[in-house]
Every structure is written in C-alpha cells, then in structure tokens.
Design a protein around this ligand. Structure first.
Ligand code: NA7
Length: 536
C-alpha cells in the first residue's frame, strides 16, 4: 500500500561515525530521506568503542575534524592530540550544530540485508528485530568495527578482568594497584601501556613485533593555540585534499639519498622535534619506497630509542639492530613516554618470539617459562581491519548470493565503493579504498562527496538500480595489488593486507596510490559518464 511505501527510505546508512554522519547531513540537505543505524550506544564512531585509558587520535585535533559547513570555526580542542572523551565531545558539538540525533538510531546492530529485486530495495534488519526498507544502503562501519581476539587456549577461564581495547567497559576500569598484562604493541597497546605504567603495581607487556613508534609531542591547548591553528586551517584543509594521506602535509619532493648524511640527519632531527605522522608521511619521498633510504631513518630512530631505554637488553628488544621490517610499512604509533616506562621497576617487556604464551589460566598468563599472575588482562590485539565490519553483516545480493561468500577468498570492489551483484549498495572507508592510508575525517568528506555525487547523479537520471561491473572491479583489484607488490608493504605482516588475521586470505586491503590519484581516477569516471556502473 502507499502507506507502507512511504516508510521506505532513500538511503539507510550503517554506521554513525565521521563517514556516516557526513552522509546523513549532506544527503538530507539534498532532500533524500535518510536514517543512520549504529551499533554503538551513542555518538563517537570508533571512539565510542575505544575508550581504554589513553585512547587518543594520532592526528592533531584540528586536522581530525570536518571542514564541512565551517564547523571548525567554533570548536576548541583542549589538547593538540585529543583523547577519546574529547572526540566524543566534538561529535556532540557536531550533533548540536547539525541536528543529527533525530535521524540516528543507536544500539542497533545491523545483522542482515537482503536485496529485493522486484522492489529494487534493500530490506535491512537489526539484531534486535527491527526491519527497514531502503532504496540504497551505505555501509560506513569503519575500518575497525571488528576486534580481533587472540587465539590463546584458556582465555575464557581467566578469573580477573579481561578486555579487548576496542570493547573496553564504558564506565571505565581502574588499574590502580593492579597487576596488569597487555598483549599487543600496536597503536592501542602503546597508548594503554603508557597509562597502565603510571598506576599499575606491575605491568607486563607482551610484544610480538616492536612498534617503530614516533614522538607525539602532545600539548595542552587554550584559547590562543586554538586561534593560532584556526588562522591557517582553510589552507591546511586544501592541502588535506591533495596530500598523499589526507593530512596537512605531504612528502618532501627529494630523495633521502640525494642529500649529505649531515643534512639528512638535520632533517630527521627537525622532524623528530616537531613530532607526529609528518615523520612518517611527510618525510623524503623515498623513505617508504627505497630500502636503503628507509634504513637511514631506521638507524636514526633506533639510536633515539636506545638513548632513552637504560637496560640494553630491553632497548634491543624495543629497537633491534636488525629491523623487524622496513620503517613505516606497518603503521607506527605516536608515543609520549612509551619507551621511558620500560625504565620503571614495575614494568617488564616480554618478547613473544622468545617466550610464547602457552595458555591463560584463572590466575594469569602462562608462558613457556613462567606463570605471570595478573588482575587485568588487556587484549590490544587489533582488528579484522577494513573488511571485518562489513563481513559481520549477512548481506545477500542478487539471487540471494552472500557477500561473505563472494568475498571469502578474494575481495573485489570498484574503487572500494561498490561490488558487482550488490546493487544500490556503497561502501565508505572500506576495503580497497585509501582508508588505511588516509586521515579518517578527510576520507569521510572527500570519499563521501563521491558517494553523494553518484547518488545525486543517479537520482537526476531517474535511475532506480545501479551496480558496478565485474570488469571494473577486476581492474581495480589488479591495480591495488600491483601498487602493493611494487612497494615495501609486503615486507611486514600487517593489517594493511589482512596478514594479521590467522586463517583468512591475505590480500591488500588498502589503496596505496594516494588521494590525488584516487580522486583523479574518479574524475575520469565522471568524465566518461560513470560507465563502470550499469544503471537502469
Ligand atoms: P594493531 O595495530 O593491529 O596492533 C595489534 C597488536 O597486537 C600488534 O602488536 C600485534 O602484533 C599484536 N597481536 C595481534 N594478535 C596477537 C596474538 N595472537 N598474540 C600476540 N600479539 C598479537 O591494532 P591497534 O588496535 O593497536 O591499532 C589498530 C589501528 O586502528 C591503528 O593503527 C589505528 O590506525 C587505528 P604483530 O605486530 O602483528 O606482530
């Protein structure tokens, strides 16, 4: 009946983080009927889930926000690199300005979506039994929606508090005076270690791969610092659009090998003092591409770490003479006093390669050599990145084919945006998009604009069904794979190519060609009349 049809949405957005909320606001302004469903309890996207002590962005707050609608003009950050609570406060601010909440349903985990070919609609269902029809679905679940739990025997027998960093209790967990074990030394591990070291009676850190962490140079921000940042933000937002990874800086157009060792060292030192991802993604252009150039930075980095860590054995574990992998092909963390905490009497580092964990028992963690008793066990073991959040949903496309099946051995998308057999469905910040190499809010807007443009164009053309072609996605997969194979990235078993998930096929999951190339590709798509899409 007409009444039932009037309940059909133009677009249902799955996920209310930066990407999802940008869609909501833009599409609503264009007259689309849109709703957002999100599994989280409230605003914050990934920062709703990741509320472990020390959780913070590794991007400066002023660059980790929307440029959209001048929202940046009225929000003051209290720290240069904001913590999760402050990012949540930012989301509240955005909600206040854009009046989002009325169109967002929280605590709503999308468990299933079925394509209805007759109606040309998706039927979307949540785990608590809600059902919604929509002409198009945008999956904006983020690249870290699915935590990765280590496969350790006895994990569920532990009698103390055991939490994954991405499933930390919302009302917090006081580690004061507790014996704490942290497994994992990625970005989350580094952050939680820094906080636990301050309060725990004993902290044991299990490291499988050293983190080639870089100095953050955190700072408190008042009115003045915020004004200073804002004075240059419009230009910096422009740079964000063209820079390789969506930050306000780009690689130096110079080789590390064409300058003298003295000049190179002076540059490294200058970047080191400034801190941040600029050291990684704003340095000599060949640092991440040329092994010899890369090694010069590794040696500099190693020296810096060894200066800070007193015990030579521990220093060697944290920064070994032989690099665990080329610098920067695994995402480095930003640290404040990560390396220094290993000088404290209450902190100990264990190398999992020399002393593997054999099991977890009620009292703690047993290794090949000893039992480490603990009260709190922190799993900082990362995510099934990029694909896990999407593949947690039972999505059934044309003829009932399941996306989980289509992608079981190999993921194919066109530009990370869509996949054949799943009409009227678009992905944001997903596999084969620049996500792993792109500042999140930048991607939310610029990749988000592509999606908005496409939906608007199709509406103008009267299209009710669109689907990217198998040829377009085979070509894109080949391109993503080729960039990867010709880089240093295969040299580390990282989440960039899904190599962190045991038993799942490894495949490059992140487009590594940079934003200019990505948007250039889309310009071609537009110029050629969107022929990668079959429309009707
Ligand atoms: P990451 O960067 O994937 O780090 C996970 C860490 O956990 C890393 O040190 C892993 O070692 C370690 N790990 C994973 N599984 C195990 C097992 N089974 N045993 C021991 N150690 C393990 O996740 P984060 O949460 O820190 O950060 C994720 C990204 O999301 C971050 O970069 C931001 O961009 C946001 P490994 O290095 O694989 O040897």
């Amino acid at each position: 009946t007409d009444d039932e049809r009037s309940d059909v949405l133009d677009v249902l957005v799955v996920g209310g983080g930066f990407s999802g909320l940008y869609q909501l606001d833009r599409l609503r302004d264009l007259g689309f009927k849109v709703k957002v469903w999100d599994a989280a309890g409230d605003f914050g996207g990934i920062w709703w889930w990741n509320c472990y002590p020390g959780a913070r962005t590794d991007t400066q707050g002023h660059i980790y926000q929307f440029a959209h609608k001048d929202l940046w003009k009225d929000f003051d950050f209290r720290e240069k690199y904001p913590g999760y609570a402050e990012v949540r406060r930012y989301f509240e601010y955005v909600d206040e300005k854009l009046d989002l909440r009325k169109d967002v349903e929280f605590n709503t985990f999308v468990s299933r979506a079925d394509w209805d070919e007759d109606q040309r609609e998706w039927i979307v269902r949540s785990s608590d039994g809600k059902e919604q029809r929509a002409r198009a679905v945008i999956v904006a679940t983020g690249f870290g929606a699915k935590p990765l739990y280590p496969n350790i025997p006895g994990l569920d027998t532990f009698s103390g508090e055991c939490h994954h960093t991405a499933r930390w209790p919302q009302d917090g967990l006081d580690m004061t005076g507790k014996r704490v074990v942290v497994i994992g030394t990625g970005a989350s591990g580094v952050q939680v270690v820094q906080e636990a070291a301050k309060v725990a009676s004993q902290l044991t850190v299990f490291q499988r791969t050293p983190n080639l962490a870089l100095p953050m140079r955190q700072a408190l921000y008042g009115r003045e610092e915020n004004e200073q940042e804002r004075a240059t933000l419009p230009e910096r937002f422009q740079i964000r659009y063209t820079a390789f990874a969506g930050f306000d800086f780009d690689f130096i157009p110079q080789s590390a090998k064409e300058v003298s060792p003295e000049e190179r060292r002076a540059t490294y030192e200058k970047f080191w003092q400034e801190g941040g991802f600029k050291i990684w993604l704003g340095m000599y252009h060949d640092i991440l591409a040329d092994e010899e150039a890369n090694r010069t930075f590794y040696e500099f980095w190693r020296e810096k770490v060894h200066e800070r860590v007193h015990d030579p054995k521990t220093a060697e574990l944290l920064a070994p003479a032989t690099p665990p992998h080329p610098f920067g092909v695994k995402r480095p963390a930003l640290e404040q006093d990560y390396f220094d905490v290993f000088n404290q009497d209450n902190v100990r580092l264990i190398d999992l390669n020399a002393e593997p964990i054999t099991e977890v028992v009620p009292e703690g963690v047993r290794t090949a050599n000893e039992l480490i008793e603990c009260d709190v066990l922190v799993l900082a073991t990362g995510f099934d990145n990029n694909r896990g959040g999407i593949m947690a949903i039972d999505i059934r496309g044309v003829g009932g084919v399941r996306l989980q099946e289509k992608w079981a051995n190999r993921i194919d998308t066109f530009m990370g945006l869509s996949t054949a057999g799943f009409p009227n469905m678009l992905f944001l910040y997903g596999p084969q998009s620049p996500s792993g190499f792109c500042n999140g809010p930048t991607s939310a807007e610029y990749q988000g604009d592509i999606v908005v443009e496409l939906l608007q164009h199709l509406r103008e053309e009267g299209v009710t069904r669109f689907e990217s072609t198998p040829e377009s996605e085979q070509a894109w997969t080949a391109h993503v794979d080729e960039l990867f194979e010709n880089s240093l990235f295969p040299r580390a078993r990282s989440w960039y190519w899904g190599a962190n998930v045991p038993g799942k096929p490894a495949q490059m999951l992140n487009y590594s060609g940079g934003l200019t190339a990505y948007f250039g590709k889309w310009d071609e798509v537009r110029k050629n009349g969107y022929r990668e899409y079959v429309t009707d």
